[in-house]
Each structure stands twice: as structure tokens, then as C-alpha cells.
Design a protein around this ligand. Sequence first.
Ligand code: NAP
Length: 319
Amino acid sequence: MTSDVNEREFELVIVGGGPAGLTAGMYAKRSELNAVVLERGLPGGQLLNTDLIDDYPGLPEIDGRELADRMAKHATKFGLPIDTFTVKGIKKLADGDFRVTTEEGPVYRAPAVILTAGGTPNKLEVPGEEEFAGRGVSYCAICDGAFFKGETIAVAGGGDAAAEEAEFLTRYVEKLYLIHRRDQLRAQKILQTRVFENPKIEVIWDTVIEEVLGDLKGMTGLRLKNLKSGEQGTLDVTGLFVFIGFRPNTGLLEDHAEHDAGGYLISDRDMRSSIPGLFVGGDCRSQLTRQITTAVGDGTTAVIAAEKYLTELKGAKAG
Ligand code: NAP
């Protein structure tokens, strides 16, 4: 392995410190691999945006931030370093190593990388959304919910995140409109039931948000359109939380890797991507569902596959 003096060398670089990355890191250190996790913020990923987690086996009710903290402590207990940097690019070099660059400057080099970088929330991309971001429009219920105490707000989306976060927000708000573009929710049945049974939530079906309205003080309402009737109207709300899925953070790859139409990386059953030495797990991997439990499983498989790859690589070099 040859490198610049400024490059930090590891056997394995794990990009992203959510449940998948922290699990991979924990197992890597238990296997005594020289591994590092690179995470731009606090470790925990989407856990940090989740209030109550009630679908992690063995922990029937746990706060997302607490689970994040426990996962990070569990991984570091085995000696895992978690470096706080924003990864800018991942490139496979001619000698087979990966070069991982960061916004802050430090460069990492390793023969294997596990990409567990999650995703970035989708935006509605309608007029007013950007203008009123932080002044009514939000993408994080835990971060901003308390600002809307006693108010009337809206949530956009029909998936697990929209249903779960809408329910969470009703602990603060007086009334909440869940605005969905179709006539049925995509969310799991248990989450749907909670939404339908919550007296503070009213679902507005078949409807899209065309504009976020407001004045100098902040957001005042939404301009809506019913997709079935074509009817347009306005809704007086002082907040809008947008939960309409997210884009996987796979744009960090500087080389082409096989992906699906949504940009999620395609892997085999051992989490190998189409680039040898690059493994993938969690929310940036193409798969049926994205749960904490599946992310943790992905991280486990990815690191065991990476370890096998590193052993074979060493064998090939020695032979
Ligand atoms: P998602 O499952 O992809 O759902 C996105 C929702 O937003 C869908 O209802 C979709 O409508 C709607 N949507 C998408 N683009 C839209 C647009 N431009 N305008 C209006 N509506 C739009 O995303 P998610 O809810 O963020 O969840 C992401 C992943 O995390 C999923 O795999 C989910 O299962 C998982 N997750 C799990 C939990 C949990 O288990 N407790 C909690 C949160 C997230 P259509 O239905 O019409 O497509």
C-alpha cells in the first residue's frame, strides 16, 4: 500500500454512523480490524430524528436519541474510532485501494469501504418551501415540533415517516392535517391505525401542496389542489412538516456502481456492491424495506463480507 503522508490508512473505512455503520464498526473492532467510521454529525443517523422506537426487538419503547447513544457507546467500547467529517467523495484507485476525501480536508485510504451513508430528505419543490424553511417548514418533528404548541399544522406524505411523525406532533399541536396525494396511506397498518384513531389528525386525501404561503412573520398557509376533482383552495396552517421519502447519499461515489431507478445501490446477499471492495448497507441500499432492524442486519453482513474480502486480498498479495 502506498500513500501520501497526509492520508490516514485503515483496513476498512465505514462511511456513515447510523445503525448500519455503527453495527459494522462494532463487529469490525470485535474482529480486530483497523476500521474507522466517518460521520458528519452525531452518530445515530435517522435515529436522531425519531421520537419513540417501538419496533426494535428487546427494547419495546426507547427514545431514538437514546438508542443512538447506546449504539455509539457499544461500538466505541470495542475501540471503534468515530471521526467527525463530512465525506465528499469515494474513489477506487488503480492500485485497488479506496480514497475517501472529506470536506474538512483529511483523506482516508483503505482496501475496503462500507457505505452506510443513509439519505437526505426529499423536498416538495414548490414555491414558498425554501423561503419558509425554518419559518414554518420543517423536515424534523423532534427538532421543531415544540415550536408549534397549540397551533394548527400540516404534514405532507403517506409513508411510515409521515404517519409516525404526525402522531408524534399531536402531542404539541391542536390540530394536524395529513395531506396525501393518493387515497390510501403507504405506512404500516399499525401506524395507519394510530393516525386514524387520533382525534387531532384529519387526513386530506388525493391532494397535493402547490405553494407554501406566508408573510414577513412566517408561514400562514398552503395552497392545495385535489388531484381527483381538480378543486383548488387554501388551508390556514402555521407549520408544514414534509416527510415524502429521501434520496440515498450514493452520489458520494465517484465511480459507477449498479443502482436502481431511485439511486439506491444494488448489492448481492452479502452486501457486495458492483465495485469489488465496496460494500453497502442500510438506507442507501436497494431493498424491500428500511428499518433499524434491517440496517443492523446489513451492517453485520457487510462487515463479515468485508473481512472475508480483506483476507482473500492479503492471500492473493502474499501468493
Ligand atoms: P416512503 O416510504 O418512500 O414514503 C414516502 C411518502 O411520500 C409516500 O406516501 C409518497 O406517496 C409520498 N410522496 C413522495 N413524493 C411525494 C411528493 N413529491 N409529493 C407528495 N407526496 C410524495 O418514505 P418514508 O416514509 O420517509 O420512509 C422511508 C423508509 O424508512 C421506508 O422504507 C420506511 O418503511 C422506513 N421507515 C420506517 C419507520 C418505522 O418502521 N417505524 C419509520 C420511518 C421510516 P405515494 O404513497 O403516493 O408514493
